[in-house]
Design a protein around this ligand. Structure first.
Ligand code: ZN
Length: 488
């Protein structure tokens, strides 16, 4: 396997990437890679420490002429997402990742490659071992568990770092600098309901919404996609108000951080209102399919006959539920006032699940709010809480994590942009993302840290299709050395 990487440039980055690929490092199982990095630092005669979580810090003194420059932190995460094709025999706790050359790209044989963020770690090691590069005093912060909760960055000590500038190497698009990210908080709701006997003389139907694209509740929230929970509720609200419809069950969405792709409900309608109800469902479905024709071409509404349920949700709860689901915000709440086309604050109506008991049960509604501005994030969470409290629901919030508010006047950004223009003859893209990054947590602990995030081009991350564009690794490397040189 070393042969595949042998001819790639820069040689030392690929050398260390090859070494890291042989060390199992699933998120929350970083013991071996963490110990390897500590040993690596000590073997290279560098000041090295680790904390109880396994985060590693390695320091390297400034080179000649840079002694007075502010210290710079190089940051990456050591864990990787472990996904494989279903037919691939592979044990992420034991086996070495096998690299495969695919034209201009490097990928892995049936598994994630771990270039997210192994290439960041490899680049850091190549910089730390190099005796010729010019740079200010360096700190390398290599964190654990970025991928399943940012717990490494979250547990980082407030007194560990001495740096004033931080370069995060966990971005997926060569030619861009990321300068901000969103913080997040979950708001979960409980609504009690009673079960009452189904009404005589009703007919039962299953209403199903599907074919939606879904996607990430942060990155994709401004793409105009349909939320299955909101769409199905438009019909349920109409049925409740105009067709004496009763609900037996509702189930929509799944993951907290995904836009709901599917939802379904079992409802009953008086026999003499069935025709009007069916006509309403057809009419509203057509209208919504038209509304979403450009973003959701595969949207489907289905209404099928089913056996009559024995029990339905009590009428009062049903009315509250359809009203509160209508009132509950979903989607973009505010765009940034500083950065064009950047979502500042959003909320996602993620899932609606019933936990039935004998005589009744609890409807659980999960939502999540994101914002790059902390106060706006908390206001969004309070907005959702207020909506559900008006309906008499119990509401809880998670601890949440902070965002990284973009600073377009950042000094390191100016250096990075100038370096990129000079080296590659074009403007780099400067953007912020509407999802969580370690920089948000690091910035909370080190409020004066000047940060940018960038890296080589990766595609298909977090899946067995993960691949890295080989030539962008060298571009990223040269760009980084030049930035370090200019941070005098
Ligand atoms: Zn990553």
């Amino acid at each position: 396997m070393k042969d595949i990487l042998k001819d790639l440039r820069p040689a030392r980055v690929w050398h260390w990437f090859g070494e890291i690929m042989q060390i199992p490092r699933p998120s929350k199982h970083e013991e071996r890679i963490s110990a390897y990095l500590v040993k690596w630092g000590k073997d290279h005669g560098l000041e090295t420490k680790s904390d109880k979580l396994g985060n590693v810090l390695i320091r390297k003194p400034a080179t000649k002429g840079y002694e007075k420059s502010p210290m710079v932190c190089l940051q990456a995460h050591m864990d990787m997402v472990c996904e494989k094709n279903s037919n691939k025999k592979f044990d992420f706790m034991k086996d070495a990742i096998q690299p495969v050359l695919d034209g201009e790209w490097l990928t892995a044989d049936g598994t994630t490659l771990g270039a997210d963020d192994g290439i960041g770690v490899a680049t850091i090691l190549a910089i730390l071992e190099d005796k010729k590069i010019q740079h200010p005093a360096l700190e390398a912060l290599i964190t654990v568990d970025e991928e399943t909760g940012l717990t490494g960055a979250n547990g980082l000590s407030k007194t560990w770092l001495k740096s004033e500038i931080l370069l995060n190497f966990d971005d997926e698009d060569e030619g861009e600098y990321c300068i901000g990210c969103a913080g997040g908080i979950d708001t979960t709701v409980e609504m009690d309901y009673k079960l009452v006997p189904a009404v005589k003389g009703h007919k039962a139907f299953r209403l199903h919404v599907s074919g939606l694209k879904g996607g990430h509740s942060g990155d994709d929230i401004n793409r105009g996609r349909g939320c299955a929970n909101k769409l199905i509720n438009r019909i349920l609200w109409e049925g409740t108000n105009k067709h004496s419809m009763r609900m037996a069950t509702i189930d929509g969405g799944n993951l907290r951080n995904a836009i709901a792709r599917e939802a379904e409900a079992v409802v009953t309608v008086p026999e003499d209102k069935v025709r009007a109800f069916k006509a309403m469902v057809t009419k509203m479905s057509k209208a919504m399919i038209f509304e979403f024709r450009s973003t959701e071409p595969d949207l489907v509404f289905e209404l099928r006959d089913v056996d009559m349920p024995k029990k339905v949700i009590d009428k009062e709860t049903q009315e509250k539920l359809v009203n509160v689901l209508y009132a509950c915000a979903h989607g973009v709440l505010a765009m940034s006032r500083e950065i064009e086309n950047f979502v500042e604050t959003s909320t996602n109506l993620a899932s609606i699940k019933m936990a039935p008991g004998k005589a009744g049960g609890v409807i659980h509604i999960a939502t999540s709010q994101r914002s790059s501005v902390e106060s706006a994030k908390m206001a969004a969470a309070a907005k959702i809480e207020s909506t559900f409290r008006l309906a008499g629901c119990r509401v809880k919030h998670s601890d949440g994590y902070p965002g990284w508010t973009p600073n377009p006047d950042s000094r390191v950004l100016k250096v990075g942009v100038a370096v990129y223009k000079k080296m590659y003859g074009k403007e780099p893209v400067v953007r912020a993302i509407h999802a969580g990054l370690e920089c948000g947590l690091i910035g909370e602990k080190y409020p004066n840290m000047d940060m940018i995030s960038y890296g080589p081009t990766l595609r298909g991350v977090h899946s067995p299709d993960e691949r890295i564009e080989i030539k962008t690794v060298e571009m990223f490397w040269n760009q980084t050395l030049e930035i370090l040189k200019k941070l005098k």
